[in-house]
Every structure is written in structure tokens, then in C-alpha cells.
Write a protein that binds this ligand. Structure first.
Ligand code: C5P
Length: 395
């Protein structure tokens, strides 16, 4: 496993030495590339001594004559990890500015990108940095979010380089992915639905679409062709995924039905509203009495309807169940009622997992299968899930 470790000019650059060592301990060959600013903090000699590999610096200074290192390394890399990633390097990566060896190499490579930002909290929170991260996430980069606390300049907030073990774990997640979905077509429902009350108000829920985006990203990494049918979510879906935007449950079902033929996997990660207001008002509901009665009617069950509509050869159907307790019995019943092959039970009771959170913990239930993922990032959970679900095809 070849890892290119890009180090940019943050005070946290010294911690890249530990990161290089940990990645090597995991069996990776680590080649380090330093930006000019990084060399103000750390030296190539440090990394060359640690890794036994030449360290790339200047875009025109090739360590081996006659070999264009930025192209060769880009081709041979199984992952590119930029840690620490400064605001400047993130912006260059997002916009494809090959201004130095690291950014040139990243543009030339098709390897998955892991970035671990580290900077002053104000710089991290700045719209320009967040916009760069959104672009990179949209391209399936894995962002290892910085930690909160006091940073080197004395300010406090989010901006400290994430713990080394988190960066290593994200890198290993990307490196160990399988290609079990190569050549398959995947349909994912994602996000909430908005059921209109009138022209400006709706009944919705807290689903962020992050799990759906992670499932899409993971399926792409594992070689699938991916279509996402998404309710109104602001999450960035990978650019390589086809995304169909809908608002309501009825629209979601209508968008999915024509996509069913040819799908090998259908995953329902959307939090579909079970009921919708019976008669949405055109214009705006005006304030009048002390109470307002609303009559709701049942929405179609998107996933169950798709499972009923599927013809042979049937895709593998996977549902999600967000249960406050583990609710396995409940989930087992849903498996049968909805005609699913597997169901992933989310534990939404814990802090930092489930709805709107970066992490998740899943329990997978299928005939003869009962397995827990443990707490992982949503991308980690998604790769874990796909690896197991891929095994259900053709069973
Ligand atoms: O019944 P429950 O909402 O807990 O089931 C969750 C699973 O069913 C999810 O996979 C969800 O996407 C799907 N679902 C659906 N349409 C509904 C309700 C749930 O597709 N109306």
C-alpha cells in the first residue's frame, strides 16, 4: 500500500513525522511531499530518514533523473493523505491549482484523497475554507475534521490537527476498501422529505443526508455506478454520482421507479415522512384561531413499494432503521414486511452518533447475519456495510 503523505505549512507539520511512522507500522510505504511553507517547520532529511524514501519538495526538482516523480508517485499512490492541510493548500486542491509539487501530484492522481486540516479556528471557520472542503467532499475526499481546543497562537476553537490515530484510521479505511461493487449499479434514497403544508411551510425531519452521501461515496470507491435520489438536504453528494432531487415522499417514489430496472442494489437511507398534510394550502396558511387542526394521510413506503415492483433478477434491497434503543425485533419484523434482504439498525440514542452527527454505529440484520460495525465515521460504516451487502447478491 503506497501512501503519499503531503505536508503543508502549519505548526502541526511536526506531527506528520508520527503520522508517517504510524502509517508505516500499518504496512504502508510512505513517501512524503513537503510544500515550501512546510519546509520552514520541518526538513526533508527528517522524513527521508524516517521513511527511507526520497522526499519531494520543488515541482521541478525530481529526485530521480529521467523520472517525473509527480506523475510516477501519483500513479503508484493508493491514497494521498494531506496532513496537516492548511487553508492555502485546501483552496489549491479544491480549485486544481498545481502550484507546487504536492498540488500538482494530487491533480495527476486518481487515488482517494484524505485531508486533515489544521489552522487557526477563524481560518478554519472562514467561508472560503469551508467552501474548499465542500468542493473536496463533493469529489469524494475524506475530511478528518480538526479537533477543538487551544491552538498554537493561543486562540481557542476548532482547528487543531485531528489525533494521529484518527488520520491513520481514515487512511486505512480508504486503503482497505474492496472493489466488490465493480460493474454494479446502485440506487440510494437519501435525506429527509419535505411535505408541504402550504407554499412556504412543510413537515420535515432532521435527516442531514450524510449517511446517504457516505453510502454513495463508499459505493463509488468500491467501483459502483451510483444514483442518489435525495430529498432536500444540503450535504454535498460526490460529483461522480448521479443525483436526482425531490421534495416529497410521493416524488421520491416516482423518481425511483424508472431507475429500478438495471439496479443491482437499492438502499433506503432516506428518512421518508410517514404522513403528509392531506390538503396543502396554496399561498400561506393565515393565523386565525388558538389552535390549528391538521389532517395527515399516509405516504407510500418508498422502499417497500420498490421491493414489490421489482422484477427478476431482483436487486438486493437494504433498509435503514433508526431506533432509539437497538430495536432488533422491530427491525426483524420490518425486514419481512418491507420485502428487504437486509436492514441496518442505527443506534440514534448515543451522543455523537446517528442523526446530524459525523459518526454512526450500525447493526446489520439479514437472514443468518447479525453483526455490529462498532462506532466509526459514516464513511467507515458505509464501506463496512457495502462489504457485507455485496455478499448478499445472488444468494
Ligand atoms: O419503517 P421505518 O421508517 O423505520 O423504515 C425505515 C426504512 O424504510 C428506511 O430504509 C427508509 O428509507 C424506508 N422508508 C421508505 N418510505 C417510507 C418510510 C420508510 O422508503 N415511507
Amino acid at each position: 500500500m503506497n501512501v503519499v503523505l503531503g505536508v503543508s505549512g502549519s505548526i502541526a507539520a511536526y506531527r506528520a513525522a508520527d503520522l508517517a511512522r504510524e502509517l508505516m507500522r500499518q504496512g504502508c510505504t510512505v513517501r512524503v511531499c513537503l510544500t515550501d511553507a512546510a519546509q520552514r517547520f520541518v526538513t526533508p532529511v527528517l522524513f527521508e530518514s524516517l521513511t527511507g524514501q526520497p522526499c519531494l519538495q520543488d515541482a521541478f526538482d525530481e529526485p530521480e533523473r529521467g523520472r517525473m516523480a509527480h506523475i510516477e508517485w501519483a500513479k503508484e499512490a493508493d491514497a494521498i493523505v494531506v496532513a496537516p492541510a492548511t487553508a492555502n493548500t485546501l483552496a489549491k486542491l479544491a480549485h486544481g491549482l498545481g502550484e507546487d509539487m504536492l498540488t500538482t501530484l494530487a491533480i495527476a492522481s486518481r487515488a482517494p484523497l484524505v485531508v486533515a486540516p489544521a489552522m487557526n479556528p477563524k481560518m478554519y471557520a472562514d467561508e472560503s475554507t469551508q467552501a474548499a472542503l465542500t468542493v473536496l467532499r463533493g469529489r469524494a475526499a475524506l475530511v478528518v475534521e480538526p479537533a477543538s481546543g487551544e491552538v498554537a497562537c493561543g486562540d481557542t476553537g476548532q482547528g487543531k490537527l485531528a489525533p494521529i490515530e484518527e488520520i491513520v484510521s481514515a487512511t486505512m479505511t480508504v486503503l482497505r476498501r474492496s472493489r466488490a461493487l465493480a460493474g454494479t449499479r446502485v440506487l440510494i434514497t437519501s435525506g429527509p422529505t419535505h411535505e408541504p403544508l402550504d407554499d412556504v411551510r412543510f413537515v420535515g425531519n432532521r435527516s442531514s443526508g450524510r449517511m446517504g452521501a457516505a453510502l454513495a461515496r463508499a459505493a463509488l470507491l468500491m467501483g459502483a455506478d451510483v444514483t442518489v435520489v435525495s430529498g432536500p438536504a444540503s450535504v454535498a453528494y460526490p460529483l461522480e454520482a448521479r443525483v436526482v432531487r425531490v421534495r416529497t415522499a410521493v416524488e421520491m417514489l416516482a423518481a425511483c421507479l424508472p431507475l429500478l430496472a438495471g439496479a443491482d442494489y437499492v438502499v433506503g437511507a432516506a428518512a421518508v415522512a410517514d404522513y403528509r398534510p392531506e390538503s396543502p394550502v396554496s399561498g400561506k396558511i393565515r393565523r386565525s384561531g388558538e389552535t390549528l387542526d391538521l389532517r395527515m394521510v399516509r405516504n407510500p413506503d418508498v422502499l417497500a413499494s420498490l421491493s414489490r415492483a421489482a422484477t427478476l433478477p431482483r436487486p438486493v434491497f437494504v433498509g435503514f432503521a433508526a431506533e432509539p434503543d437497538e430495536g432488533l425485533e422491530h427491525a426483524r419484523r420490518k425486514l419481512a414486511e418491507k420485502g428487504l434482504d437486509a436492514i441496518a439498525v442505527n443506534d440514534v440514542s448515543g451522543l455523537g452518533v446517528g442523526f446530524e452527527a459525523p459518526d454512526n454505529a450500525l447493526t446489520l440484520l439479514a437472514p443468518g447475519v447479525l453483526e455490529a460495525s462498532g462506532r466509526q465515521t459514516k464513511l467507515g460504516c458505509a464501506l463496512w456495510l457495502w462489504e457485507r451487502v455485496a455478499g448478499l447478491r445472488g444468494r
